[in-house]
Design a protein around this ligand. Sequence first.
Ligand SMILES: [Cu+2]
Length: 182
Amino acid sequence: MAARIVAALACTVVILRLSEAAVYKVGDSAGWTTIANVDYKLWASTKTFHIGDTVMFEYNPQFHNVMRVTHPMYRSCNTSKPISTFTTGNDSITLTNYGHHFFFCGVPGHCLAGQKLDLNVLRPASSTPLSDAPTSSPSPSTTTIPSAGVPGPSPSHAASLPSAAATVVALLVSLVFANFAS
Ligand SMILES: [Cu+2]
């Protein structure tokens, strides 16, 4: 039973990964700021970024902005030639390529104070193209074919799909607790 749940969980995670891009709020509840002494490097290290994910910078535009910069500019907090600058206070940036993405606040002193973010979109370990659907995955089909008098094979399994995200969270929590208990 447990093995089946884990297998189903793994499949669901793969499906969610491929079908739903994640949105990350930079700095979590603190947002994009110098006040809270957020370690943005640490924040980024706790996430696994994928192509298509979005990072959201939330801040007061009177005091901050977001500049996307090159690595040398990032290292030296050089604000002279940003690749792009965002100033709305609610900037969503979708990650469209692999590798490091460097950001900092262009307000004088803020980058030096640590308001800088280096996030890395890792290449997948396998060479499988990300855009392809997981055809080999034994996921329950969502197409509804009217039953021709024959009982459906697994109605309970199919019914659980819409709440897949909640199931993943619940199972992860239970797995974590199981690890702590053992
Ligand atoms: Cu700032």
